[in-house]
Design a protein around this ligand. Structure first.
Ligand code: FAD
Length: 428
């Protein structure tokens, strides 16, 4: 088994998810209104919204539903992007910037609305998100975020060190931002639920059907898979995010894939559950070498963080450094047994914003969620559907923003990780 396969099959999510709906490989030549490549949040949200609007849709997926980041992530439903409303207005102009900020602001609501509307079983919980502030740099960041998002009307509050300790059950952070827009869920169950819902709305999904080539034939896009099977459609959506391969020339250069690894304990005792994250928050933080953590629906402590600086795309690897962080945060976890390890690829962009790239006539790629794709990819998929339906959508379509030294990306990642860890030491 490859490390990419281990990173999926050994996860807590693979062990506990709702079953996937039955699907088969593409085995013939078919046509549709829209062909979508990739069955993660982006592709399936697009498929669902298009099918609901009466379009015929065929999704081709190289492996299984949710085999990419969708089935491997931390299950944290986080609002927005890293960019603040003022940064978006400065970059895109007042009106467009405001629309993009509203789009980001509403992304979590979209996820929980879809779950409610389609009765998707995915252990979802709408408990707030906390971003812990580490050191003075972290406190400055948190202050400006709270100020901006409050002015925007978002339900965020600044927490003192004592309040943060009370909410998290750990004195590790010097303050925090509580954000009531967020929540959490079982991500593999959620993406499988999206697939089931898209199928019910009339979309077709073919697994074990890697797109091997895309060609323009007259006014159509022709996507070919193995065994001479293909889909021909006037509209094409590429939704492959961190798992983008060489299918569309140059698309990979718009993102840098970086592994994030995770570990989960056995279910905690009642005593530990009462002391660790007692109010059910899910958490990330301001350090450059950050970790993110929460308690799952079965009472397991689950934490994620960086992979290896020397092998930055390895999706299943030693997680001792992440477990050590868990014990730094919560010394009471010292003797707890760790039960699951897994990981996957996050797609980082140069602008730290997702890209909606215009590939050609009625052909788009949506990708680059910078580790925040549960809500954003769901929202991007909906927006891509709306774009094909002729609507004016918030996120502007661009030609993308490729990394210039993409071939040397792993050296850059290693430098970023190692220097980030070093700089974090001076912040504490
Ligand atoms: C370890 C980890 C933790 C994360 N934690 C969080 C979190 O807590 N909260 C959050 O918001 N985000 C998190 N993320 C990010 C989030 O998972 C992603 O942003 C999200 O999955 C993107 O969804 P997507 O549908 O665009 O891409 P993916 O879910 O990656 O799906 C892309 C699909 O495309 C398929 N594919 C690729 N090439 C082809 C081809 N040629 N033909 C057919 N199919 C193809 C792949 O097999 C894959 O299934 C995390 C990611 C990882 C890896």
């Amino acid at each position: 088994m490859t490390h990419a396969e281990q990173g999926f099959s050994r996860s807590l999510w693979s062990a506990t998810a709702e079953p996937a709906p039955p699907t088969t490989p593409l085995a013939s030549r078919q046509s549709a209104d829209v062909v979508i490549i990739g069955a993660g949040f982006t592709g399936l949200s697009a498929a669902l919204h298009l099918a609901e609007a009466g379009k015929s849709v065929i999704v081709v997926e190289a492996r299984d539903i949710g085999w990419g980041g969708a089935g491997r992530n931390g299950g944290q439903v986080n609002p927005g992007f890293e960019a603040l409303p003022s940064g978006l207005r400065a970059r895109f102009g007042a009106e467009r910037g405001e629309r993009i900020a509203r789009f980001a602001d509403g992304a979590c609501d979209l996820v929980f609305d879809l779950i409610a509307r389609h009765d998707i079983k995915c252990a979802h919980r709408r408990a707030p998100f906390i971003r812990g502030a580490y050191g003075n740099r972290g406190l400055r960041q948190i202050n400006s975020w709270v100020e901006e998002w409050q002015a925007f009307g978002a339900p965020v509050t600044l927490k003192s060190a004592a309040e943060t300790e009370h909410l998290l059950g750990s004195p590790f952070f010097q303050g925090g931002m509580e954000d009531a827009r967020g929540g959490s869920l079982q991500p593999l169950s959620y993406v499988r639920g999206l697939a089931r819902t898209a199928l019910a709305a009339g979309a077709a999904i073919h697994t074990d059907s890697a797109a091997l080539s895309v060609e323009r034939v007259a006014l159509d896009w022709q996507v070919s898979t193995e065994n001479d099977a293909q889909v021909t459609a006037p509209c094409l959506l590429v939704a492959t995010n961190g798992y983008t391969d060489n299918l569309w020339p140059g698309l990979r250069r718009h993102i840098v894939p970086v592994a994030s690894l995770q570990s989960a304990t056995e279910p905690l005792s009642e005593d530990l559950r009462a002391r660790i994250l007692p109010y059910g928050h899910h958490v990330s933080e301001t350090r450059r070498a950050m970790v993110y953590f929460r308690i799952d629906e079965n009472g397991r402590f689950q934490i994620g963080g960086r992979g290896s600086p020397f092998d930055p795309t390895r999706q299943y690897a030693d997680t001792n450094h992440i477990r050590a962080e868990a014990v730094r945060l919560y010394p009471a976890l010292k003797d707890v047994r760790w039960q699951y390890d897994w990981g996957g690829l996050v797609a980082i962009t140069k602008t730290r914003l997702p890209h909606l790239i215009e590939l050609g006539d009625n052909a788009f790629a949506g990708l680059g969620y910078n580790g925040r794709g549960v809500a954003m990819a769901t929202a991007m998929g909906k927006q891509m559907a709306e774009l094909l339906l002729g609507e004016d959508v918030p996120v502007p379509r661009t030609k993308g923003a490729p990394f210039v030294f993409h071939a040397f990306r792993n050296i850059g990642i290693a430098w970023h990780m190692l220097s980030g860890r070093l700089l974090d030491r001076f912040d504490g």
